[in-house]
Write a protein of this length. Structure first.
Length: 81
């Protein structure tokens, strides 16, 4: 996903829900993110991510539920890898 502001959309959504984590672009055009919060907050966040911003077309969202590590502070943008 490129050129539609998807990472900034994710950032705004996560910050608005007071989630912790990060989001970054991958070289193949995919977006990777990690988020920590309550189950209800994360389910709402996942719904928003699946919808995406107005100019985006989200083809697929893969998710994996893990135990929180508790070592994240705030929600940030990371550099492309």
């Amino acid at each position: 996903m490129q050129g539609v502001g998807f990472r900034y959309f994710v950032l705004r959504q996560a910050q608005g829900m007071h989630l912790k984590g990060w989001v970054r672009n991958l070289r193949g055009g995919e977006v990777e993110l990690i988020a920590e919060g309550t189950r209800a907050e994360l389910e709402q966040f996942l719904k928003a991510v699946r919808a995406g911003p107005p100019m985006a077309w989200v083809e697929r969202v893969d998710s994996e539920w893990l135990e929180p590590r508790g070592d994240l502070a705030g929600f940030d943008l990371k550099y492309t890898v």
